[in-house]
Design a protein around this ligand. Structure first.
Ligand code: SF4
Length: 211
């Protein structure tokens, strides 16, 4: 990573922290730009900051964050090696879904992060993250139940990545069945995508097995 890119990233973080592009700025305590190494091969993208994240200005630090750390471990990853962010950088009131216009206003920041970090694998946790990333890549989203665990090649902001969609850890906290499926996704497809990306190969997708 060049000094220019690093300076550009620091400017981006400052811009996000003082951003007023959508109404979510009015109720936030802290914007949550994201965190992790700028040369991370793996990026986790969630939906939006929750209460703990809003208070601390850091992504995935509440109960869902603890579960995410454990899931990353199941895939052979340490949190410190992964860049973690969200589709929108400010907490929606009462943790409601971000509105389409809020997502639209915030997306340039995520695209800039992807262009800077150039991850090989993006783990999209939850419906909002998965559907938004698919849309950015011009792919058709068929719902998180159908898409979860797929390894999908995509190009976002000129960067070739594979997206692995799965559930949001917050949804699995009190739902043992979802939690089991989430663990399967991290132990299986996520781990496979990361391993293949680390070898400089494109991970096989479902289509490869159908050719
Ligand atoms: S959610 Fe995004 S666009 Fe809206 S105020 Fe926060 S940083 Fe700006």
């Amino acid at each position: 990573m060049s000094v220019k890119d690093r300076n550009g990233y620091e400017d981006l973080v400052k811009t996000i922290k003082s951003c007023t592009r959508c109404p979510l700025h009015a109720s936030r305590k802290n914007a949550v730009p994201g965190e992790g190494p700028l040369d991370a091969e793996v990026m986790v993208v969630g939906e939006a900051p929750g209460r703990s994240e809003d208070e601390q200005g850091r992504p995935f630090v509440g109960a869902a964050g603890k579960l995410l750390d454990r899931l990353l471990g199941e895939a052979g990853l340490e949190r410190g090696r992964v860049y973690i962010t969200n589709i929108v950088k400010c907490r929606p009131p009462n943790n409601r879904d971000p509105k389409p216009e809020e997502i639209q206003a915030c997306l340039p920041y995520l695209i800039e992060q992807i262009k800077t970090i150039r991850p090989k694998v993006i783990i999209a946790v939850g419906r909002i993250a998965g559907s938004t990333l698919y849309k950015l890549a011009g792919l058709r989203w068929e719902g998180v139940r159908r898409e979860r665990g797929r390894i999908v090649r995509a190009r976002i902001g000129g960067v070739d990545v594979v997206i692995v969609p799965t559930y949001h850890p917050a949804a699995a906290l009190y739902n043992p069945q979802l939690r089991g499926e989430l663990e399967e996704d991290f132990k299986g497809p996520v781990k496979r995508a990361v391993r293949e990306a680390g070898r400089g190969r494109k991970p096989p997708t479902l289509e490869d097995f159908m050719e």
